[in-house]
Design a protein. Sequence first.
Length: 205
Amino acid sequence: MEFSSKLLENAVNEMAQLPGIGKRTALRLVLHLLRQPEYQTFQLSEALSNVRAEINFCKSCHNISDKEICEICENPNRDSTLICVVEDIRDVMAIESTGSFKGLYHVLGGKISPIDGIGPQDLNIDSLVEKVKSGLVKELIFAMSPTMEGDTTNFYIFRQIQGYNVTTSTIARGVAAGNELEYTDEITLGRSIIDRIPFETSLKS
């Protein structure tokens, strides 16, 4: 792809680093921005700079937040004894959109995947185990995507908390095996939370 402007080429190359964005799509997006009023481009630039510089991760659940503790963890109407364990922030958003869950979350920041070089030490597992050890948690819901890596992560955490007085369950398999949680429709996902099953049962299936 030949560029008549080095500035344009640099902008396209940076845009093309985003997931799912190829060079042609990046060029289309950059040209679109050039056609917009200047203030709109500056607003986008400022928003991206602010989110990179000022965003926080909740010290309790590791969700993205504007403050040290996110609004979900601060909400006194949420059930703090019930924790839903998810892979990343997109899963929190997906489950929240169902309106079916009133507990808290714990965002692992990924899933165990040896082929990708991701081990338990790379995830927010230790802080989850500490919550269980505190005795304040009555139930963990494993809401990882039903993939081999998700199941491996669930089982690893299950082994770490065995012996502690906590119930473990997993979302019902209305979510098709191999699917990522964020792409599951709200009705199916909501029912999967409500109809969760004991984790030990899922090991036998």
